[in-house]
Each structure stands twice: as structure tokens, then as C-alpha cells.
Design a protein. Sequence first.
Length: 110
Amino acid sequence: DKAGPDLAEALRAEGAEVDDCILYQNEQINYDELPAFDAVFFASASAVESFIDQWGPSVLDGKTILSIGKPTDRVLKDKCRCADVIGREATVESAIKTLAEYCVSNQISG
């Protein structure tokens, strides 16, 4: 129930017949305690919303924020601030590799 209409509209514009349906629904999980962390990885806009709703934006102060891609980063910006690192491709592998490069670069530059 979180997907935008862009793909369906583009397919319809090309003459495709598209049926909208909800395949799954995200449900927020509330935790009793936030573990200590130096970096956080957001792999979806709904993950950003859930995290900020539960813990607030201030817990991200001084932390490295990794976003899987630009759409997730837009939600981060709306909720608190932009990510420090955005994956070059919207995959977990690319995001983690980009984070590693960012961390190594920061260590080298001091």
C-alpha cells in the first residue's frame, strides 16, 4: 500500500491493462530499546517513517546515515536530514559498498 502510481501510469500510457492490488502491507514493529549504533541503513521510505516515528530525528545526530537510493533519501530529507551516503544503485550490495568507500575515504582524509 506504499507504492506510488508511476509504474502503473507509465504502463497504462503504453496501452497495458493494469490491475492495482496490494500484495503486502507494512506494519510497524515497536521495540523497547534502541541499540547503540554509529551508522544506520534505510532500505525504504517506510523504514525511515517507522524509525523516525518511534525514535525521533534527534537520535540520528552525529550518526552516519545510509540510504538505498534517492526516493528513500527524499523521505529522509522531509523527516529530518539527507543521508550522508546514497547507494549508487538501489540495491543492498551497492549501498553497502558505497558506505564502505565513504568510510575508507573518511579514514584516509582524516
